[in-house]
Design a protein around this ligand. Sequence first.
Ligand code: ZN
Length: 145
Amino acid sequence: MICKNCSAQIPDGSKFCTVCGHKIVVEPFVAPKPQQPPQTPYTQIPPQVQQGQVPPYNLNGTQQQTVSKNTALDAPLTVLDFFLMSLLSFVPIIGFIFLLIWAFSGNTNINRKNYARAALIWILVSIGLVILLSIIGGGILNSMT
Ligand SMILES: [Zn+2]
C-alpha cells in the first residue's frame, strides 16, 4: 500500500507509515453508497393537475365542489365509472332520467355527458324504429284484412 502522506511504499496493514510515521487510516471496504439518498418511497405529492386545469367552459365553478370524485369536468372516467354508467343506463325509467340529467346538466363530466347523449340517441333511434315498425306492421295488417 502507499502512504497518503509521503506516497512511500509501505507494507500492507501497517498502522503507521514506516517512512514518515503518518498514521494510516485504513478505509474499510464499504460498498459505495448510492448516489441518491434512500428516498422515502412514493411520498411524492401527486401533481394537482386536475385542480389546476379548469375547463374554460366551466363557468359555474361553485358547483364544481359538489363533484367530489372528478374535480375536472374533462377528467377521464375510470372503467368502473363506465361500468356503472352503462349498467344504470339499462335500468328502465331511472336510467333514462339519469341519462337526461347527465346529457344536459352543465356540471357533468364531459365523458359522462357524451356517453349519456350517445345513449339517448340510441334510445331515440330505437323508439323511432319501434314506431316505424308498428306503422309498417299496422299497414301490413290493414292491407291483409
Ligand atoms: Zn509516509
